[in-house]
Design a protein around this ligand. Sequence first.
Ligand SMILES: NC(=O)c1ccc[n+]([C@@H]2O[C@H](COP(=O)([O-])OP(=O)(O)OC[C@H]3O[C@@H](n4cnc5c(N)ncnc54)[C@H](OP(=O)(O)O)[C@@H]3O)[C@@H](O)[C@H]2O)c1
Length: 697
Amino acid sequence: MLGPLPAVCYVHARLVGETAGVRRFDLTICDEQGHVLATLKDFAGRTPSAPAVEVGQPRLYEPYWRAAAEPAPGTAAGTLALAGGLPGLRDALAATGMWRRIVDIPEHHDGLADLLAGLADPDGLHFAFVRGFTEPAAFDPAATGTEALEDSLDRSCFAMLDLLRAVESGALPGRLRCLLIHPQDGGEDRPEHAALAGFARSTAAIAPRFELVTLGVSGDVAVPELASAVAVELAAAPRAAGAEVRRTAAGREVRALRPVTDGRAAGGSLAELPLRDRGVYVVTGGSGAIGRVLAEYLARTYRARLVLIGRSEPDAEALEWQRGLAGLGAEVLAVRADVAGAEELAAALTTARERFGELNGVFHLAGVADDGRATDGDRERFAAVLAAKTRGLVHLDQLTRNDPLDLFVVFSSVSSLVGDFGAASYATANRFADLYTALRASWVRRGSRTGRSLSLGWPLWSVGGVDGLVREQELAAYRRRSGMRPLTAEQGLAAFERSFAVDAPWLVPAWGDPAVIDAALADPGSRGNRLGLLPARRPLPRHRSIRRPEAPPTAGAPGWWSTSAGRCPESSSCPPGDSTAVWRSMTTVWTRCWSWRPTHCWARTSPDSVGRCSSSTGRWRSWPDTCSRITRTRWPAGSPSRAANGLHPPGPARWPPLPSPSPSPPRWPRPLPPSRRSRPVRPRAGRRRTSRSPSSA
Ligand SMILES: NC(=O)c1ccc[n+]([C@@H]2O[C@H](COP(=O)([O-])OP(=O)(O)OC[C@H]3O[C@@H](n4cnc5c(N)ncnc54)[C@H](OP(=O)(O)O)[C@@H]3O)[C@@H](O)[C@H]2O)c1
């Protein structure tokens, strides 16, 4: 306090930080003449949240480029490392006088992190990573194969993963600001480079000393212009992590989202949808949680002929569900194929054409998520998450280029724009999918493809599978910061229908508190949102029992009562995806801890024959860390809903006595239980899980 406060004062408030919805300000209080009377540091406050206003139907948002002011200039690091490039760029950068030295480093170098660590000063390091200017775009309407992805997206991602880990571990000291500079063609992003924006958005919240910014410029940009844009972005004063910038003749722009508010958002009639009675629709991931909702919708509304593609052998339950589709009027062909493998997918599509004579539309839902953090991840795990949404999508497009499709719809995720709790792989994969679908739309306009191309960047679905990895605290923070609520199957389908009335290749449906959503999505890369719109995922504490989300059961549905116990001590040494080792561990170790797991979360063959990492093992990777024993009991069809009456299924008592350790691994009695496919709603810590139910849609 510097003096008494009169009745009328003025306060200058400077935002100095924001975490978990709490904003901190430095305040300066003045009198009417401007004399400073008091200062207050780190004043923390939160806008009292009104009761959630969940209004109407989901709204549609469209990504666009918004004009943005030049960032305030800050101080540059002493050294700029430059990888890749354009002829003359190094000299042009030197001419800006921004850095003491500029060091060229090889564009592809396995020891990139070590190289940069050798250059880092205490005041940090700038890294300009120039990609794609000296080679043609990887994808055009005539392109075949996905080999180009290895040299483009994979390499960039792996380089960033290495750098992120080096910064986090302290091997690379100080602050690292990376600017990925990529070419645009007529304002269109090249997905193989620009997908890194998803990586940038995801890592902004988990790595305070690592900043990744993406800058798109025209492929034929003048080098001096590019050099000054690079200098501006690298030397920008505020923390810039996650910023997605482009420079065009119109100036500096950042990626943002705006609600579709005109009449288009109201949607047209069903008759206007590019779907037809008895249409032949390929649905990859069609046996997944949302896949089932969609398949049932197509069956019920259009008596569709469905080609369901997934990697797993359909089990008894899946076969039963498929028969149910026939009851709704559909014809079903379920084909096993990994969409990331061109030959497998081509064979599956050939089988479909032979059976139905034509293909009328494609829905690409295949995907896996990553519930870890980029800082803990490895290349293999990252690549596994990219597979279906990068290679799989490209194969799907290329292999159907001669089919007269009415539509080509990709189920992507809003995490592409707002980050994915720090895993980075899922957001990058979805961003690729968004951008590739937008590119495909441009090919449709030019006559090289047919059918409406649309990427839907979904928020969480309450029936969701992939994003069912989200933990309770994350879900709470997600709701608070983004204003979004999980979509029910009905809301998802309504948004799906309405999205066809909007002439845009990339839309984000969202439902919840519109004011909060509008504010959060208006500038998802802004400082406040980076801190973050989605919270950073924390590593799971060891020996913690995880409570997983579970869909509410439906009366009469058969299922499996499953319990799991303890932590698997060997799981930490299991190679990622090696579910066999985890299974073995789980059957040999017994400890005191009970939790539910949904029965569909495992490979559906016997543990001895687990040879490949299915999405199940990938999706629930961290779960085996906490479990050592599973018991199973059939929950017979026709049983009353436990949700309705609170009953527990037949099976072990609630808290059974702990058996003593088994000296030898018991033989797994028979193949794993049939899976149920509808998906987790949300984690409910402290409650027992319930068996799954078929989709109610
Ligand atoms: N659930 C949500 O809340 C949510 C939110 C936003 C976006 N999305 C997106 O919506 C889509 C569907 O989500 P979901 O919740 O239904 O997921 P899900 O239940 O896990 O289903 C995903 C399906 O994809 C299949 N799959 C995965 N990789 C594949 C591959 N390489 N080749 C062929 N099939 C593959 C899986 O089957 P196999 O393991 O048998 O191959 C599984 O059936 C995903 O793409 C997801 O990113 C979901």
